[in-house]
Design a protein around this ligand. Structure first.
Ligand code: NDP
Length: 263
């Protein structure tokens, strides 16, 4: 049995064990090994690498708030994770922990083929950094707005136009993304309703990283925007992580299985 895990805090809500275990069970023969994937709560920072190694894990996902720590503790980091200094996937290869960030490509997957040249990111946390990196990799112009100033420094340092949400310019954006946790537990919006309505009226697409329907997505639909929730991103990033865990299994089989268990 090869053990895998997702580390985070909180972690009980994570759908990653459901997604990965479904593939391990269905494709055991094709994989040539049994895999088991667990959700593990880390009480505090500083325990990640030790837990990974003492559990003898072959691979892991790392979620909020340990992605920066996972970056720092990787023996080697591949791809765009180097740019945002945040890692959500670890694979053990020849005794080395190799780190990747699959959130970046996972975010882009549902947007394939859409005509987007300008985007507004609401929120300035870890996922906003991944979204910025993803959009920049596609040459999309980005503006960031957040309810408070502290986290905007990262974006300002990269010369990204960044504002407090109350000062968000009412310009035309093709795509508006909610990367805040507003709407996750409470039915609230990431910024003032009148301001958001005015922004939606000039936009084409709204994307919320949260897995379920949110007031942000409901308002966007009222304004006749095409909407995307975080489910497609969740599956896309998990498929990309699984491809690191078991590169020889066809990714379309992995995707179909994960899609099926999430529906
Ligand atoms: P962080 O904790 O790093 O950042 C949270 C952000 O939300 C901050 O900008 C914070 O603003 C803002 N915020 C929190 N509450 C409110 C509020 N009531 N109104 C306005 N802004 C608010 O979180 P992450 O970036 O890691 O994650 C954000 C969301 O993205 C989570 O819901 C997470 O589940 C989701 N996610 C989904 C993924 C997927 O695969 N679908 C992948 C990764 C994340 P401030 O700076 O002022 O505190």
């Amino acid at each position: 049995m090869r053990p895998y895990a997702v580390f985070g805090n909180p972690i009980a809500h994570s759908k990653s064990p459901l997604l990965h275990n479904a593939v391990f069970r269905r494709y055991e023969k094709e994989l040539g090994f049994k895999g088991e994937y667990r959700a593990l709560l880390l009480e505090k920072p500083g325990m990640l690498k030790q837990r990974f190694l003492e559990l003898g894990l072959y691979g892991a996902n790392i979620t909020t708030p340990f992605k920066e720590e996972a970056f720092a503790l990787s023996d080697k980091v591949e791809g765009l994770a180097q740019e945002i200094k945040a890692v959500n996937t670890w694979v053990l290869r020849e005794g080395q922990i190799v780190g990747y960030n699959t959130d970046i490509e996972g975010f882009l997957a549902p947007l394939e083929g859409l005509d987007i040249s300008r985007a507004l990111i609401l929120g300035a946390g870890g996922s906003a950094r991944a979204v910025l990196c993803a959009l920049k990799s596609r040459g999309i112009e980005v503006v960031v707005c957040n309810r408070s100033g502290e986290k905007l420094a990262y974006f300002q340092a990269q010369n990204v136009p960044s504002f407090l949400s109350q000062d968000c310019p009412l310009d035309a954006y093709d795509l508006i993304i909610n990367t805040t946790t507003a709407g996750l537990q409470e039915p609230n919006l990431p910024c003032d309703k009148n301001k958001l309505t005015a922004l939606f009226q000039q936009a084409n697409y709204a994307y919320d990283l949260i897995y379920h329907n949110t007031p942000f997505l409901s308002l966007a639909r009222e304004c006749r925007l095409k909407t995307f929730d975080g489910k497609a991103m969740l599956i896309a990033q998990a498929v990309l992580s699984f491809a690191q865990f078991a590169p020889h299994l066809n990714s379309s089989l992995v995707q179909a299985t994960m899609q099926e268990v999430l529906n």
